[in-house]
Design a protein around this ligand. Structure first.
Ligand code: GLY
Length: 329
């Protein structure tokens, strides 16, 4: 039976429908700085409390770098951090104990590069950028992606830290589900808007902890883990990739913004689609997905299925962590 609380949540999601023109957050949530001019506001935003990443990105912009430089620099921060156990070096391995990495990058002109199932390379986002800039392809996978990276001068190294190995061994003994939340978060998606008004995005991950060997998530899939349209804005995702891939959430958010939605409305609608279609699965397995969207005015939005999601925002001289509103309790 529907209680008052679930009715209010549904009503809040419905209010997020396009063209409603109504505020749709159940609670007030900061979603943009006031833009008194039509000048682009240099902005770097990222999923989770990745303030070190947004700081690296905004410094790129301040030093004359492009939005593409900013998202690559930002994504490289958690990739190189052994204490971040869901991205790059130190990331959780798959069920066989092998760290496999997925990443993609996209620019304001529609250029894109992606790598999937890449092993032994610390910075997959930089390999993805090379795919974009040095090949006529968009996506390279597995052994081919590794061979390409080595040919481009990347070094192969062991990415499985002792900490991640011990956690994997403990998990193998118990095989308990891993909840994606603030303490055990996953993918970094990062979007940047530079002073030229160019908006670019990147996404990088070691994927779901202890996934089946060979599993690829949403993060390297353009339109799922991340998507940019230089005339509209961009979006990126974190959380269980299977829910994002089957609803193409990032593409959806950009298309909703194209049709007049604010980034906040678009993120709420994209989460609402997941909750509507996969409600039983989401509730049974306590699944999490969080979205982040940014438009060319520097307005941003973020929303998640459940409590615990946050974002980092560097804009107007500030670099802050913001807690997200959510659809389910
Ligand atoms: N969002 C990361 C993954 O599911 O692989």
């Amino acid at each position: 039976m529907e209680n008052r609380r679930s009715f209010i949540k549904k009503a809040a999601l419905a209010a997020g429908a396009i063209g409603s023109g109504m505020a749709c957050s159940p609670e007030t949530q900061k979603t943009s700085a006031h833009n008194a001019t039509s000048e682009p506001i240099p902005t770097v935003i990222a999923t989770w409390d990745n303030r070190k990443a947004t700081q690296a990105g905004i410094e790129q912009l301040q030093n004359g770098g492009s939005a593409l430089d900013a998202v690559e620099a930002g994504a490289r921060v958690p990739e190189g951090d052994p204490n971040d156990m869901s991205v790059g070096y130190g990331g959780h391995p798959d069920r066989k104990g092998i760290v496999t990495l997925d990443a993609c990058i996209m620019d304001h002109l529609g250029g894109a590069g992606s790598v999937t199932f890449l092993q032994g390379i610390k910075h997959p986002i930089s390999v993805a950028r090379k795919v974009m800039e040095e090949t006529k392809h968009v996506m390279l996978s597995g052994q081919g992606a590794l061979e390409f990276a080595l040919a481009q001068g990347f070094q192969q190294e062991n990415l499985l830290t002792e900490k991640a190995k011990t956690a994997w061994e403990n998990w193998m003994a118990k095989q308990e589900a891993q909840l994606v939340n603030e303490n055990n978060h996953d993918t970094i998606g990062i979007l940047a808007l530079d002073k030229e008004g160019h908006l670019c995005g990147a996404c990088t991950t070691s994927g779901a902890a202890y996934k089946l060997h060979g599993r690829v998530g949403d993060s390297p899939i353009l339109g799922a883990g991340m998507y940019v349209d230089g005339e509209i804005g961009g979006a990126c995702a974190t959380g269980l990739g299977e829910l994002v891939m089957t609803t193409l959430g990032s593409f959806l958010i950009v298309e909703l913004m194209r049709n007049g939605a604010s980034p906040q409305q678009a993120c709420e609608e994209a989460i609402g689609r997941i909750v509507k279609r996969y409600k039983n699965w989401v509730e049974e397995d306590k699944l999490q997905v969080g979205y982040l969207g940014l438009n060319l005015n520097g307005e941003y939005g973020y929303y998640s299925i459940r409590k615990g999601y946050s974002v980092a925002v560097a804009q107007n001289g500030e670099n802050v962590k913001l807690e997200s509103n959510f659809a389910l309790g």
